[in-house]
Ligand binder design. Structure first.
Ligand SMILES: Cc1cc2nc3c(=O)[nH]c(=O)nc-3n(C[C@H](O)[C@H](O)[C@H](O)COP(=O)(O)OP(=O)(O)OC[C@H]3O[C@@H](n4cnc5c(N)ncnc54)[C@H](O)[C@@H]3O)c2cc1C
Ligand code: FES
Length: 302
């Protein structure tokens, strides 16, 4: 199959990408090309006692096709006691420098990720993607803020790389249970940023303390956008707080339970409210990145 789509990506140069000849599908509007890729495991190691780093290589040019905020659906392997049926969504943690390389950083939690954690270097696995949309990062931005916790680090790490390359200054607010859970180096990956770390263990990550910190940072210097991922509590507090900073936009990469990951099954819909226009949108397809102002926190049915 061959297809070519030319499109302007927010904040990045126009790109023309082609579905590889091995592509099985090429149908998603948000992504330039979506395909199933047979990958080889190049590196797989623990970064702490909960997270693993996984580096895969495919024949297709995944580095060019994948944008910050997008994700892949992973076919987790079966083990003697685990047979994960559904594919598992994982954000892209990094791409390149080789064209076929994609990196993931994942929390080992349930059946799928436990099975995944047993993959050995040299083994094979299938992934589908890239899926979903991307963060808006405009060339005129001067300074951005990222507020990250947990898996949000993996999702937003590529955004930092792109911002740094574009000469945009970065404020990073990182939240974790304890200092040993922080993964600061894994998040920054050599990028220069004004970093503020908060922890559950000393109370500095409470929503009240976080709000004070973010409010102080936004008040001290103009930020074009605040991006977040990884904590619903932080998201809802940012939504309120950003009303006091009308010149600062907000974007969130949502994490929602998914089945197909391609807009078909509707298992990932959430309610959004754009200036009073309420709509259910698919996180996998219209997202996962949405304006913070559009997120509806609680939905009451019936
Ligand atoms: C767009 C997106 C990007 C993500 N990126 C990352 C990432 O970069 N790193 C990372 O560690 N995790 C990420 N997650 C969460 C990751 O998908 C879940 O941790 C994973 O699916 C858990 O699977 P499991 O079989 O181990 O857990 P189980 O609890 O056994 O899973 C059972 C089912 O629930 C789904 N599920 C469970 N937890 C979640 C969750 N938090 N979000 C969505 N579905 C879930 C699983 O996919 C599976 O279908 C992301 C989720 C989404 C939606
Ligand atoms: S996961 Fe099926 S529509 Fe989003």
């Amino acid at each position: 199959m061959k297809a070519s789509i030319e499109k302007q990506s927010p904040g990045f140069a126009p790109v023309a990408l082609k579905c590889s000849s091995t592509a099985q599908h090429c149908f998603q509007r948000n992504a330039y090309s979506v395909a199933s890729h047979r990958c080889e495991v190049r590196e797989h190691r623990w970064v702490n006692d909960r997270y693993k780093y996984l580096k895969l290589t495919a024949k297709a040019d995944l580095a060019a096709a994948t944008k910050p905020g997008q994700f892949y659906q992973l076919k987790c392997p079966s083990t003697h006691d685990l047979s994960p049926f559904l594919l598992r969504p994982m954000s892209v943690y990094g791409v390149g420098p080789e064209a076929g390389t994609v990196e993931l950083l994942y929390n080992v939690t349930g059946a799928g990720t436990h099975a995944l954690s047993h993959l050995e270097v040299g083994g094979q696995m299938d992934i589908v993607g890239p899926l979903g949309n991307t963060f808006v990062l405009e060339p005129g931005f001067q300074r951005i803020m990222v507020v990250a916790r947990g898996v949000g680090l993996a999702t937003m790490a590529p955004l930092l790389q792109h911002a740094a390359k574009a000469g945009i200054r970065i404020t990073a607010v990182m939240s974790a249970r304890t200092p040993k859970d922080l993964m600061r180096d894994e998040f920054l990956r050599g990028v220069d940023a004004d970093v503020h770390c908060v922890f559950d263990s000393d109370g500095s990550s409470s929503v009240e303390a976080m709000e004070q910190l973010v409010r102080r940072l936004l008040g001290a210097e103009h930020h074009d956008v605040v991006y977040t991922c990884g904590s619903h509590r932080i998201l809802m507090r940012l939504q309120q707080l950003l009303k006091d900073f009308p010149g600062t936009r907000g974007e969130v990469a949502m994490e929602q339970r998914m089945a197909c990951g391609m807009g078909v099954c509707l298992s990932c819909v959430r309610l959004f409210d754009k200036d009073g226009d309420k709509k259910f949108l698919r996180v996998c397809r219209e997202g996962p990145v949405f304006p913070i102002s559009d997120v509806v926190g609680e939905v009451e049915f019936g």
